[in-house]
Write a protein that binds this ligand. Structure first.
Ligand code: ADP
Ligand code: MG
Length: 336
């Protein structure tokens, strides 16, 4: 068939609908590249982690060596939020007077479960890894969450810009923090507008404090822009779409492909997983499935005509452990 063009591309994203074989593909690819002599960092950003099961070992939030040449880690959203909020708190200390610390920290704690907190925290880690990964490893491979949300967010400059002001700028949070600050400062009337909070807290800041916070925000913004540049650079990055020859996964992948294309994320190819094995008699039941599969494969050919496509057969067993991953990897044609 075809092969995935991965030469020189040191940041790989593997994405697709839930359950189609993203983790399997990412792990098989990582194993294959590591066994070919490369230094690989495999990172799971999907909260439904399975790298540990795949490699039959424990994989945690910090990178550890799984086999020679292959390091892995699973990002833990809870811990990430913890770290993220700790950073926000320490940043806040540059803004506000010591008397307000405890109230502000309490308010920041309340943002922990707000929508977007997890994503912001996750993106902080992903952007850091995108930069660090290729310096200490030949490649970094991200096993992404089903929706490809992460990536879409990363591709959107507006959202990235919003993140530079972090969690604190969203309407509810700034309103409640603003009120808290107002209360603490004995104001009679709390200001209602969205950005009031920043105005309020900037007042007591010395020039030095203001400068410090600007540096922090600028650093973050620059890191996001650098990550975005990396993401959109086809010499650096390749997105690999995984699907199975069934209706919904194909539809979802078509949608994802469109979004990725629209945002100019370089898509390197499609992995069509769990194809009914050829050269085997399957019995009447599976033969009829095979004819349905043929139709879906045709649809895949059409929808992704411009992309390289590789196929992985359905194995007679789940993919667990190094040997099974090697078996999968055999089918992953790549140019590296
Ligand atoms: N080619 C295959 N043959 C047999 N089982 C497979 C194959 N690919 C994946 N699986 C199994 O399907 C399940 C889902 O795969 P997984 O890689 O975890 O999907 P995802 O990461 O996309 O949610 C796992 O139990 C895995 O072992
Ligand atoms: Mg998975």
């Amino acid at each position: 068939m075809n092969s995935l063009p991965l030469e020189g591309r040191s940041i790989l994203f593997v994405g697709g609908k839930g359950g189609v074989g993203k983790s399997t593909t990412a792990a098989a690819l990582a194993l294959h590249l590591a066994e070919s002599g490369e230094q690989i960092l495999l990172v799971s950003t999907d909260p439904a982690h399975s790298l540990g099961d795949l490699f039959d070992t424990s994989v945690g939030d910090q990178k550890r060596e799984i086999i020679p040449g292959l390091h892995a880690l699973e990002i833990d959203p809870e811990q990430e939020i913890q770290r993220y909020l700790a950073r926000v708190k320490s940043t806040m200390r540059h803004y506000v007077q010591p008397a307000m610390y405890s109230e502000i920290e309490r308010q920041i704690e309340l943002t922990r479960h707000s929508p977007g907190a997890e994503e912001a925290a996750l993106m902080d880690r992903v952007t850091s890894l995108m930069e660090e990964g290729p310096t200490s490893h030949d490649r970094i491979i991200f096993d992404t969450a089903p929706t490809g949300h992460t990536l879409r967010l990363l591709a959107l400059p507006e959202i990235m810009a919003a993140w530079t002001t972090g969690l604190l700028r969203s309407r509810e949070r700034s309103a409640s923090l603003g009120k808290a600050v107002d209360r603490l400062r004995g104001r009679e009337e709390a200001r209602g507008d969205e950005l009031a909070w920043f105005d309020d807290v900037k007042e007591p800041a010395t020039d030095e404090r203001t400068q410090k916070i600007q540096e922090v925000l600028l650093e973050r913004q620059q890191r996001f822009s650098r990550a975005r540049r990396l993401l959109l650079d086809p010499k650096m990055t390749a997105f690999i779409l995984v699907l199975i020859p069934e209706k919904l996964p194909i539809l979802e992948s078509e949608k994802m492909f469109k979004v990725l294309k629209r945002h100019k994320v370089p898509v390197a190819g499609v992995v069509v997983n769990r194809i009914l094995p050829k050269n085997q008699t399957l019995g009447e039941f599976l033969e009829s499935r095979r004819s349905q599969e043929a139709e879906y494969l045709e649809r895949v050919e059409k929808a992704f005509a411009k992309l390289p496509r590789v196929q992985i057969p359905l194995l007679s067993h789940d993919v667990e452990g190094i040997d099974a991953l090697r078996e999968v990897a055999q089918h992953l044609e790549i140019d590296r």
